[in-house]
Design a protein around this ligand. Sequence first.
Ligand code: SF4
Length: 488
Amino acid sequence: MTSFDTSKGAPKKREPQPRGAKERGNKPINQSEAADRFIASTVHEKMHDDRLWTLRKNRDKITYAIEEWEELRELASQIKLHTLSHLDQYLEMFERNARANGVHVHWAKDGAEHNRIVHKILADHNVKTLVKSKSMLTEECGMRHYLDAVGIEVIETDLGERIQQLDGEDPSHIVVPAVHKTREDVAEVFANHLGTDPNESDIPLLCEQQRQKTRPYILNAGAGMTGCNFAVAETGTVVVCTNEGNADLSANTPPLHIVSAGIEKLVPRAEDLGVFIRMLSRNAVGSPITQYTSHFRGPRDGAEMHIVLVDNGRTERLGMEEFWTSLKCIRCGACMNTCPVYRRSGGLSYGAVYSGPIGIILDPTINRRKYSSLPFASTMNGSCTNVCPVKINIHEQIFAWRKVMAENHELPVIKKTMMKAAGELLSSPALYRTAIRSADSALRILPRFLVYNPLNTWTRQREMPEAPDQSFHSWWKKNRMNGKKEKA
Ligand code: SF4
């Protein structure tokens, strides 16, 4: 497909969409290789960076307008810490109250069991088509592929999720799943799969095309599925926050509603929602509230409602001293929007269900070897921690994961060798000073091609600083030591 750059008046070949990290079984994901490809796709990289930075700016504007924002963050964190510390009690309370509301409650220890339970519910009702709204948990469980394999068609009804489903890709962001695609990419996907005009990339028109094509599925589906943003223990209620109304249609049109909920989604009381609902959309995209905040308490007349409570490694994570607080996450995506690595490398470069800073600390709990490189995809600037509405110490957990990877020999040989050399250099002041002096001299005299070459990844996207005439150390020695001896 060709698009036209009207500023220059000449036809210009459209930049193809960069694809994500290659999966090679259990082998470590090569995030930096996929990131390189994304960065090389300059149109996509700039668009992605701009879009997410806009979300971050909108978030800042709306949160700064709330004087008690920091108190809300503290309160949200305390509620989550309390709930997670009494999770068994609140889960039992939730189950009791949901059953009393006429809901069928199921427990799944992992993704495979979740998929079998959902399949059985659908098979018992002879359902052949399931419409579903966005749920990262079902991505985590690989549910769509499982149901496809047993002959049940799954139709995503969230616009971004549907785009990704049609394109055979995973979501690249937990809130805006197709944020890495340009509007021309979407037009191409729709043209290939929905038979629409590939040259028509007007956004309202693309939305309308998706709406028209998906609506018949919703009207005829045997079952609808939603995720769960919050599960209220004292009422047995499930709360789902969306902007498109597709979750409500999926839940309320077919005669069967299935909810997939991670066990960490519990909050004790309905009044706790006042804290989280106030923060979620503001922190995610900078809007005061999601367009739809739906409370599902029980089945409609003549309908059935099932809730599948899923562990899938969460209990194990709860026992990890340095990482258990990652379970506080309410999936707002703000840590991704602010992360310079995520913004410039795209979510699919992480090769995992969860990407960005939250992905870096969750993914290794799912598969340590496969996601061993992810903790190094961070500048450790701490911005993720600063924007987190539930005060997860994200950058500290990233650092803790780096230590775990080093202790468990999960580092690539080059990184391990360099870290070892750096450790020896930095632990010897004399060696360090000699190295600095040599590096300064080298920078002054070496021809540029010897410093800026393909073997030196450090200088691929940066200029080295100019070598100073005098190091801080020698200045200090001359001006401040007054003849005192320094330690070797
Ligand atoms: S870790 Fe915090 S900022 Fe990131 S998605 Fe979760 S709640 Fe949002």
